[in-house]
Design a protein around this ligand. Structure first.
Ligand code: SAM
Length: 318
């Protein structure tokens, strides 16, 4: 680089020299200002280049702004399909009575509520089977048994962790409306620095959250740290569409329709513009699989759903 510049300077004279010298950037000009002795790195916020610090603030602002309309927008944008993707995540998880789940970037609680319903339904079925196998039960015994089974969670528990208080606030209100009182906790925390001890959870989930995180590698390492040996990592995230025709239609829908919907339903064009841009910036299936492996997970696999619009990645801490 330096050699090329001096060669170019060698061919100049008079005013040309002066102009060339003035146009030369000093070597420190492309290093961003220092903060705590470290150069500030750039990252992306959708298609925009921003500092890492700015990204965190901007992402926070997006979800603070959309929190109240988040669920309505999810249903409208995906025509309700996000519900099926989330159901599939639960089927893959196949939790058992006693599972301790950590749902990171859990927002308004969709994964947590599905988990609680799954466990309750499973326990109810088991108790019904047991009940049928008992002979000579009184009416009182049967009534008591049914009452217990309806709210039975066993030792299962889910912690919803999210960086955004507004999203959690909406989630807590939803939990009240849906009647989820037990087996559920809400924690404000950053996926990159989880406020939990090592080896604590059986399952870690993150649904449509990881692409918003500034350092995906750090979030993955944290997932690995808080899982018990044998624990499972599951991530549901937008991915790369593998059919060129669907890809064109999807692009058209994403860039032409979603921001307009965002404006009409939530009065917020920009946040939904970010949403579609952030999806395009997220690594494709294979690349993300390698990142999960780099964090120490084993038996990493993924399944693309709806032509790759989303994918579920899974890995184990062994
Ligand atoms: C698209 S929402 C997904 C919410 C929920 N998991 C769902 O599937 O409906 C993304 C969530 O990620 C959260 N988030 C973004 N950055 C985060 C971080 N560094 N740590 C924890 N949560 C984060 C946001 O606050 C937001 O609630």
């Amino acid at each position: 680089m330096v050699v090329c510049r001096s060669r170019a300077l060698g061919q100049l004279s008079g005013r040309g020299w002066k102009r060339a010298l003035l146009s030369l950037r000093p070597p420190w000009a492309w290093v961003r200002p220092l903060s705590n002795g470290k150069p500030k790195a750039d990252t992306h916020f959708g298609f925009e280049t921003v500092s890492e610090e700015e990204k965190g603030d901007k992402v926070y602002h997006v979800f603070e702004s959309v929190a109240k309309k988040y669920d309505v927008m999810n249903d409208s944008m995906s025509l309700g399909i996000h519900r099926l993707w989330k159901d599939l995540l639960l089927q893959k998880m196949h939790p058992f009575s006693g599972t301790k789940l950590l749902d990171v970037a859990g927002g308004t609680g969709d994964i947590a509520f599905r988990f609680l319903n799954y466990i309750k339904a499973q326990n109810q079925r088991r108790q019904q089977r047991e009940l049928k196998s008992h002979q000579n039960l009184s009416f009182g015994d049967i009534a008591k048994w049914y009452q217990n089974s309806r709210c039975s969670l066993g030792e299962s528990h889910v912690v919803v962790c999210d960086i955004n208080k507004e999203m959690l606030k909406v989630g807590k209100q939803k939990a009240q409306t849906l009647g989820h009182k037990k087996g559920l906790a809400w924690v404000v925390g950053d996926a990159e620095e989880l406020p939990f001890d090592d080896d604590k959870f059986d399952v870690y989930t993150i649904a449509f959250g990881i692409r918003n995180v500034t350092h995906i590698d750090r979030a993955l390492q944290e997932a690995h740290r808080v899982l018990k040996p044998g624990g499972r990592f599951l991530c549901l995230e937008f991915s790369q569409v593998n059919n060129p025709i669907i890809s064109r239609l999807y692009d058209l829908y994403s860039f032409q329709v979603i921001p307009v919907m965002g404006e009409v339903i939530a009065g917020d064009w920009k946040s939904y513009q970010y949403l579609v841009e952030s999806i395009r910036r997220f690594p494709p299936q294979e690349e993300f699989k390698e990142m999960i492996e780099d964090a120490g997970f084993q038996k990493v696999a993924y399944e693309s759903l709806t032509s790759g619009i989303v994918a579920i990645h899974s890995g184990f801490k062994l």
